[in-house]
Write a protein that binds this ligand. Structure first.
Ligand code: G3P
Ligand code: CA
Length: 289
């Protein structure tokens, strides 16, 4: 029965999906129980199949309303307006706050204790259309990729530590010269060209596909958190990087929000700096291994 299966699952508790897979040989994608080093128990989704499996879902970045600028629901930037006096905004890229639920990771923002607790080597990212139930995420995704150079070792073992080293904060540096690392990716669905096609045609002139990049800064010294699938070669990063600090000067407040300036030239128009509708309406799921 379902209850027996649940009891069975609860036996396989680990600190990460990789541990659950290695220790108990669990090979099915789905929801598992995990615990932090200090004993906080939570449930999340494990991808046990991609490139050897053992990937733990630790967060999702979901744009609930691109027209609302740094208001409720913009947890990965600011929920309290576009404000130069609050340069870090929510600060959730580098704190221990958690929010959302795994089931609703494509309906709302999600962050679990694994985000700061798991000692990881690599990341995997899935772009999944909003409102997709978890058992369809893999098939419904529009882009999936992972890193395989163990880059997180160099930055403290997870994003919590990486973003302590590279604060997501307004006015910490200059575009390009003070950006965080760009790490090569291996595609599980998509390729460099399809990645570029999800972003606006003008963005195409200043990005290179095949990377994941961190703490990219724009021309006006706004900081963004993650440029998914790309490496910035210019300073209009607000059109292809998500999350950020609490202040975006250009077009105040139009670029402030979890999906920054993704609709700069209209909603899902794929004109100018606007992304495709598919990209705008998909949540970005972040995994560790
Ligand atoms: O980020 C784009 C902006 O810097 C220039 O946009 O609308 O003046 O072409 P626009
Ligand atoms: Ca700009």
């Amino acid at each position: 029965s379902r209850l027996d299966e649940l009891r069975n699952r609860a036996k396989f508790i680990g600190r990460s999906c990789k541990e659950v897979k290695d220790r108990y040989g669990q090979a099915e994608d789905g929801l598992y129980y995990l615990t932090t080093s200090t004993g906080v128990v939570y449930q999340t989704f494990c991808d046990m199949t991609t490139a050897g499996g053992g990937w733990t879902l630790v967060a999702s970045v979901h744009e609930d309303n691109i027209y609302a600028k740094c208001t409720v629901g913009d947890r990965w930037t600011s929920q309290q307006g576009n404000n130069a006096n609050w340069p870090k905004g929510e600060g959730n890229w580098a704190n221990r706050k958690t929010f959302g639920t795994v089931e609703a990771a494509t309906d709302d923002d999600f962050k679990n204790p694994g985000y700061y607790d798991i000692d990881a080597e690599d990341m995997s990212v899935w772009h999944v259309p909003n409102k997709t139930p978890f058992y369809h995420w893999n098939l419904a995704a529009i882009m999936r990729y992972h890193t395989e150079r163990r880059f997180l070792h160099l930055y403290g073992g997870n994003l919590y530590y990486l973003f302590h080293r590279y604060p997501v904060e307004y006015n910490v540096g200059k575009h390009l010269s003070d950006n965080g690392p760009s790490i090569p990716i291996v595609y599980d669905l998509g390729d460099k060209e399809s990645t570029k096609m999800f972003y606006g045609p003008y963005s195409g002139g200043e990005i290179e596909g095949g990377f994941i990049s961190f703490r990219a800064i724009n021309h006006e010294r706004a900081a963004t958190a993650i440029c998914s699938g790309v490496k910035p070669k210019g300073g209009n990063v607000e059109h292809y990087c998500i999350g950020g600090g609490g202040f975006f000067l250009e077009g105040n407040p139009l670029q402030c929000g979890d999906f920054t300036g993704f609709a700069w030239n209209g909603y899902g128009t794929h004109i100018g700096f606007s992304t495709s509708k598919q990209m705008l309406e998909s949540a970005v799921l972040l995994f560790y291994r």
